[in-house]
Design a protein around this ligand. Sequence first.
Ligand SMILES: Cc1cc2nc3c(=O)[nH]c(=O)nc-3n(C[C@H](O)[C@H](O)[C@H](O)COP(=O)(O)O)c2cc1C
Length: 403
Amino acid sequence: MTANPLANKHITLAVTGGIAAYKSCELVRLLVKAGASVQVVMSEAAARFVGPLTFETLSGRPVAIDQFSGTMPHLTLTRENTDLLLVAPATANILAKAANGIADDLASTLIAGRKCPLAVAPAMNDMMWTNAPNQRNIALLKQDGVHVFGPACGELACGVSGSGRMLEPEQIVACVRKVLTPQVLAGKKVLVTAGPTYEPIDPVRGITNLSSGKQGYAVAQAAFEAGAEVLLISGPTGIKAPYGVKLIKTDTALNMKAAVDEAASTADIFISVAAVADWHVLAPSTQKIKKSSYGEAQPMIMLEENPDILAETARCNPHLYCVGFAAETQNIESYAREKLERKGVSLVVGNNAGLALGADLNSVVFVSKSAAIAFEGISKLEVAQRLMNAIACNLGLCKGEIS
Ligand SMILES: Cc1cc2nc3c(=O)[nH]c(=O)nc-3n(C[C@H](O)[C@H](O)[C@H](O)COP(=O)(O)O)c2cc1C
């Protein structure tokens, strides 16, 4: 188990002749930084956009352009234990060649003769992207099991806005991580809550807690990387949603519950990571409460209990596989087991509230009806990855560590 599916992976990156080639310099940097080795191949057109020296320097390897120099580079460059052949940017031209088995330069011949998985990140003008032959080629590539990353809709180099924009380098990295992760939750819909809730006292003040949202966002990322369709319902946090995850932002526990209620019936798995307030303020003021209006008196805040989102979602949706998180300051395993039984859920992740809130590392215990497994001092992403595997095992989707 590794939090980093890119560690020690070897990627052959074919850069073809689009203006987005400059972004692939950053892509190489990010892949290398994440622990992958990268062999860059360029089409002759690509070398008109960016000098091979830039890629050579970033990858630490000579760039291959000519298929007639060296010892059969058209085969060897995807054979040295290559984990993925990635084409970014992928021009309309290379997509057409890849879809039809044409092999007339180094990049296209590598594609035709590869043994490893192929992924493409198309980049082109919107008219070229929507052009019927290009769409036919994309459909053919998908039929052949090629991973197609994007493209996005947005500002294009030609000055117009439309579809055909290459994904940003960090988004391509997110897609590569997914391709290199076992798809144990493929086809599953996962609903995740994350972060704190915010209960207003008046329009400028409220009650919240120290949850950063990091663990819930990591769960959403791991679920996406494991192949699930992910909806993340988040309380207020400053964190960017992971690529590929649909985000709904909420605030109060009641609003979070309404969003969960709407999504729960069509989800397969519900993972409740949010630190939901137990109470909300009864009748919050619609105007800012003035200190002067109290004189010598002390203001009183009346609280009313919030619904238990996890327990009620589990009770009303017997089809859902439900996972709860329990942030405790003591007796973590026994409180987690008590929560498992009281809330009628399949798995509870007990974590040390004192250590976990806001931190990057977490120490957890996964508690199910028949087992308890502890993991000490691992990253929140690794907690999330281990959780995805535990869920998949419990659902009979893989062999594993907890049931
Ligand atoms: C300035 C300029 C920008 C271009 N941008 C793109 C592009 O973004 N996407 C694309 O598919 N083709 C683009 N082209 C056209 C390709 O460079 C051309 O189709 C070329 O033959 C592609 O060769 P390759 O696929 O071997 O790299 C552009 C051409 C020029 C001159």
